[in-house]
Write a protein that binds this ligand. Structure first.
Ligand SMILES: Nc1ncnc2c1ncn2[C@@H]1O[C@H](COP(=O)(O)OP(=O)(O)OP(=O)(O)O)[C@@H](O)[C@H]1O
Length: 401
C-alpha cells in the first residue's frame, strides 16, 4: 500500500485556530516561570502561558504537577526562582502580594469566624482605608450581586458550603482585582451542589467581567467552566489552548489521555504523504493512516520512530469503509440514558495480545458479536510522545513490544 493509494474520506483538516482571541487584550502573561523549593524540588519548570482579559482559565493536571505552586507564585505567596509574571502589561514578579491586584479564593474559603457576612465582605476595604460611604456602597453592591441579602448578619458557622463560597467570592471581588484566582473552591462539595455552584460561578464571571484562573484536577469540571485550559504535567505545560482544541486536537499523548476518553494506539511511523499531512503507522493491529496536523516536529523527521495516535470514542464507527478499520470482539455494552451507548471492544493482534477499544454508538450492537470498527484519518491524531500517562507507560503497556 502506498500513500497515494489512500485519500482521507473526510478532508476537513482546518488550520489550527489561535489559542487566544487576538481582539482581546492579554490580562496575564507568565514567562518561563520556574519554582525550585529550598529542598531542591523542582515544582514548576520554565512554564509560559497567557490569558486574555475576561477569560475563564482553568489550570488542570494530576496531583503534584505544580498547579498550587503556580497559583501561589501568581499571587506572591511564594517567591519564584526564575521567570516573569505580568499583569495588564506590568511586571509584578517581585511585588508584594497586597500590591498585586489579584484576589484569591481558597478551597476552605478562610472566612473570619468572628465577623458577620457583611463585615467579612467589607474587611479588605476597611484595611485599605476606603472611605465609609464608598465602602458601604461597594459592600451593598456585592451583597446584591451574590444574592446574600438574607444572610448579612450571620457568622460563617451559620452558612452552608455554597453560601460560604459566595461570601468568599464577594470578599475578594469587592476589591475589584484585575485577576481572581480560585484554588479548587468546589472541591469539598457534593456532586449536586458542585453543579449548582458551577452555574453560579459562570453567572458571576459573566456579570463581573473579571479574568478568572481556576485550579482543579477534575477534567470534566474544567471542560464545563473554561474558555481556556492549561494542562500541566510534572511541572510543565503540555498544552494551553481553548477547550475545543484541547479536546479535539490534543497536543500530546498525555493531554489526550487526561482530558476525556480516548483510544491510544502506538506504532512505527513508516511514511508520510507528499504534502506532509498524513502518515502511516504500523502497529501490531495493522497499518493505519493518521493526521500529522498536531505534530510539533516535522513529520518526515519521525520516520522510523514509535509514535502514538489517539481517536476519541465518538469518532469510531461500525464500518470497514473508512480510512482505517480493525476487527474486534465485543466485550461489553453499557447503555447510558441520554448519551447513547458505550461499547468496550477488544482487538487481538496476530500474536494474541489484546487491545481495548472504546466506541460510542447509537446503533444496536450484538453483545456477543465481532464487528469491524473504522475511523477516518482526520480523527486519528498523531501525538508528540510523552512516555507516562497517569501511571501507564505508553511504550510498554499500550500495544508495547
Ligand atoms: N513547600 C514545599 N517544599 C518542597 N516541595 C514542595 C512544597 N510544596 C509543594 N512541593 C512539591 O512540589 C510539587 C508540586 O506541588 P503542588 O502542590 O504545586 O502540586 P499540585 O498540582 O497543586 O498538587 P495537588 O493537586 O495535589 O494539590 C510536588 O512534588 C510537591 O510535593
Amino acid at each position: 500500500m502506498t500513500m497515494s493509494d489512500i485519500e482521507p474520506t473526510e478532508a476537513d483538516v482546518s488550520p489550527p485556530e489561535p489559542a487566544l482571541d487576538e481582539s482581546q487584550s492579554v490580562a496575564l502573561e507568565v514567562d518561563e516561570l520556574t519554582k525550585i523549593y529550598p529542598d531542591g524540588t523542582v515544582a514548576v519548570e520554565e512554564i509560559s502561558f497567557s490569558i486574555s482579559e475576561g477569560d475563564f482559565c482553568v489550570l488542570i493536571g494530576p496531583s503534584g504537577c505544580g498547579k498550587s505552586t503556580t497559583l501561589h507564585s501568581l499571587v506572591g505567596k511564594i517567591p519564584v526562582t526564575e521567570g516573569t509574571i505580568r499583569l495588564g502589561g506590568e511586571d509584578i514578579t517581585d511585588e508584594p502580594t497586597y500590591e498585586r491586584d489579584i484576589g484569591l479564593v481558597f478551597q476552605d474559603f478562610q472566612l473570619f469566624p468572628h465577623l458577620t457576612v457583611e463585615e467579612n465582605i467589607g474587611y479588605g476595604l476597611e484595611r485599605l482605608q476606603v472611605d465609609a460611604d464608598d465602602r458601604t456602597a461597594r459592600v451593598e453592591d456585592m451583597i446584591e450581586m451574590m444574592r446574600l441579602e438574607e444572610l448579612v448578619d450571620r457568622h460563617p458557622e451559620e452558612l452552608s458550603a455554597g453560601q460560604k463560597q459566595r461570601v468568599a467570592l464577594a470578599r475578594s471581588m469587592v476589591l475589584k482585582p484585575k485577576l481572581l484566582l480560585l484554588d479548587e473552591p468546589l472541591g469539598d462539595m457534593d456532586y449536586k451542589l458542585q453543579k449548582h455552584m458551577e452555574r453560579e460561578l459562570l453567572r458571576l464571571h459573566r456579570q463581573l467581567d473579571t479574568t478568572f484562573v481556576y485550579v482543579t484536577h477534575d477534567q470534566t469540571q474544567a471542560m464545563r467552566l473554561a474558555d481556556q485550559i492549561v494542562v500541566m504535567n510534572d511541572g510543565k505545560i503540555e498544552q494551553s489552548d481553548s477547550v475545543e482544541r484541547v479536546y479535539n486536537d490534543p497536543a500530546t499523548a498525555f493531554v489526550s489521555a487526561f482530558v476525556g476518553d480516548s483510544n491510544i494506539f502506538t506504532g512505527e511511523l513508516t511514511d508520510v504523504s507528499d504534502d506532509g499531512s498524513y502518515a502511516h503507522i504500523e502497529t501490531p493491529l495493522g497499518t493505519f493512516l493518521a493526521t500529522t496536523a498536531n505534530l510539533r516536529s516535522e513529520p518526515t523527521s519521525l520516520v522510523g520512530e514509535r509514535i502514538p495516535f489517539s481517536v476519541r470514542p465518538q469518532y469510531l464507527e461500525v464500518t470497514d469503509e473508512l480510512d482505517n478499520s480493525v476487527s474486534c470482539q465485543v466485550e461489553d455494552v453499557i447503555h447510558q440514558p441520554g448519551s447513547g451507548t458505550q461499547v468496550i471492544l477488544e482487538a487481538t493482534t496476530p500474536e494474541g495480545a489484546a487491545h481495548e477499544i472504546q466506541l460510542k454508538s447509537f446503533d444496536r450492537i450484538d453483545p456477543t458479536g465481532t464487528v469491524d470498527v473504522g475511523w477516518s484519518a482526520d480523527h486519528a491524531t498523531l501525538l508528540e510522545q510523552t512516555s507516562i500517562v497517569d501511571g501507564i507507560d505508553l511504550e510498554t503497556d499500550i500495544l508495547g513490544e
